[in-house]
Design a protein around this ligand. Structure first.
Ligand code: SF4
Ligand code: SF4
Length: 77
């Protein structure tokens, strides 16, 4: 089994422009652009739609040109 991940990406919707770069570099394809409002209208922002599928590799955070993704350490159980 792969090494357990140490952090998860936290996406700041205020900084995210919806450019999609993080989605393009995510190896397991667990990021996608989603409309944030409950009405289903408005601009799209990057969303981690599959939390268990994220490996914590941080490629998305490195790639984001707008510094919108922060890797947040997972508390040890
Ligand atoms: S790369 Fe950054 S700004 Fe672009 S969609 Fe991803 S989180 Fe948003
Ligand atoms: S940390 Fe890696 S696996 Fe997780 S969302 Fe970012 S690019 Fe994808």
């Amino acid at each position: 089994m792969a090494a357990p991940r140490k952090a998860l990406p936290e996406i700041d919707p205020q900084r995210c422009t919806g450019c999609g770069w993080c989605i393009a570099v995510c190896p397991p394809h667990v990021l996608s652009l989603q409309v944030q409002s409950a009405t289903g209208f408005g601009s799209k922002r990057s969303t981690l739609h599959d939390v268990p599928g994220c490996t914590g590799c941080a490629l998305c955070a490195v790639r984001c040109p707008f510094d919108a993704i922060e890797m947040v350490k997972i508390a040890k159980p």
